[in-house]
Design a protein around this ligand. Structure first.
Ligand code: SF4
Length: 415
């Protein structure tokens, strides 16, 4: 406690709350810090619960440098307040002390929530707290989605995920396991049974680079590698990871920790442009992962299996109407890197076998189109998280779930 009070003493209780504005969930950061400072942790948890149900998780894994802590006024002169650590302290305290999330008496409305990642869990919790009868449908026999299979254990302890989910379910949410949308769970059936539906099934299929050699043995999708926990023999092997986001970093660290001789991340832009969280990037370097910036993979060579990749250096060019610098290949700078595996972590796409059967409007990547209320082209169906093109961080996914829950309540009460 002493340690955490010391951290709260750093806070200046800024009236304009820049940290809150930097938080995707708009958590009332100065208020919960003030309450912890006064040793009123239970009250601090109540304040946090107004906007989030995942404090133990977000406090640990949010890219804080780009969000709350990046907006903290103390950062200008040096170190920001350790908001993430204070948030996870409150979340952990609520688990240890069995503090309850609010949940009102059930009303007449039934809502189905499909998927159980951060968007779905948050949507379910915010509906249930107001008395809506919620059932989560999950394709696996466990809940959590990418919180379980998308973030490696060394970054997020699964015990914390399990305990956070138990607290959400404790509010009185029903769960149906082993129910997969488009397979043994049909949207037309649940549409008849429920007053509203939220879809938060994620989009966890690795995007391809569409380069030669991508079909060779030894080429894997980063998302699938993490989700299916594919185990390969990496001893004395060189592994290339293509991409610059958190999935690329996670894949590289997982592989390096499984004794690969060499793991090289190949990223076509510069370090400054890299979307990965800076802390995670530094941890990957500590693990011994190497990074080649401004390098593009042209093709993967091999007869049957991967033998090497051909890469080329890039320069970054400012193009009209482009928000980011565009990498352009520098002619004549090609060279080959010998390797055994190539892991693609250049983004993810939706499973079109599922989304195209939903009879709702999709974008060109087969993701679900939603309006500002997270409502789809079918007014009864809402969507959030990755499948609805929401920025791929836990906090943004959770915000979409929470705000969709508010929209669902508005929709049901206006009918
Ligand atoms: Fe405290 Fe920093 Fe937020 Fe100001 S910006 S209230 S110092 S956490």
């Amino acid at each position: 406690m002493k340690d955490i009070i010391k951290k709260t003493n750093e806070c200046l209780s800024c009236i304009k709350k820049p940290c809150t504005n930097g938080c995707p969930l708009n958590n009332d950061i100065p208020e919960f810090i003030k309450l912890v400072k006064e040793e009123k942790v239970e009250e601090a948890y109540k304040v946090l619960s107004n906007t989030t149900v995942l404090p133990s998780i977000c406090g640990r894994i949010c890219p804080k440098e780009r969000q709350c802590q990046g907006s903290c006024v103390k950062k200008i002169k040096g170190q920001p307040v350790e908001i993430g650590n204070i948030e996870s302290y409150i979340g952990d305290y609520s688990i240890k002390n069995n503090l309850k999330l609010p949940s009102k008496k059930l009303n007449k409305y039934k809502v189905a929530v499909i998927g159980s990642g951060p968007a779905s869990l948050t949507c379910a919790a915010f509906l249930r707290r107001e008395g809506y009868n919620v059932t989560i449908y999950e394709k696996y026999d466990y809940l959590g989605g990418l919180l379980v299979h998308g973030i490696p254990d060394f970054r997020l302890d699964k015990k914390i995920v399990k305990e956070s989910i138990e607290k959400i379910l404790d509010t009185g949410i029903n769960v149906e396991y082993n129910m997969e949308l488009g397979n043994n769970l049909l949207l037309e059936d649940i549409e008849k049974e429920y007053d509203a539906i939220f879809i938060g099934i994620g989009s966890n299929i690795s995007r391809k680079m569409n380069i030669e050699g991508e079909g060779l043995n030894g080429v894997y999708g980063g998302n699938e590698l993490l989700e299916k926990e594919i185990k390969l023999d990496y001893k004395d092997k060189t592994v290339i990871v293509s991409g610059g986001g958190n999935v690329a970093i996670d894949v590289a660290r997982v592989v390096k920790r499984q004794n690969a001789k060499k793991v090289i991340i190949v990223y076509r832009r510069s370090k400054e442009e890299m979307p990965a969280d800076e802390t995670e990037l530094n941890e990957a370097l500590k693990d011994g992962v190497e990074i080649l910036y401004q390098t593009n993979i042209l093709k993967i060579n091999g007869t049957d299996k991967v033998e090497n990749i051909e890469v080329i250096k890039t320069e970054l060019v400012k193009k009209e109407n482009e928000t980011r610098l565009t990498p352009v290949n520098i002619e004549g700078t090609n060279y080959n890197i010998n390797c055994d595996y190539v892991m693609m972590a250049v983004g993810s796409i939706a499973d079109k076998n599922i989304t195209t059967k939903l009879n709702i409007e999709l974008d060109k990547n087969n993701k679900i189109i939603v309006n500002h209320k997270y409502q789809t082209s079918n007014k009864k169906i809402f969507a959030g998280g990755d499948i609805a093109n929401v920025e791929a961080t836990v906090a943004y996914a959770a915000r979409s779930g929470r705000d969709a829950a508010i929209s669902i309540m508005e929709y049901l009460n206006e009918r």
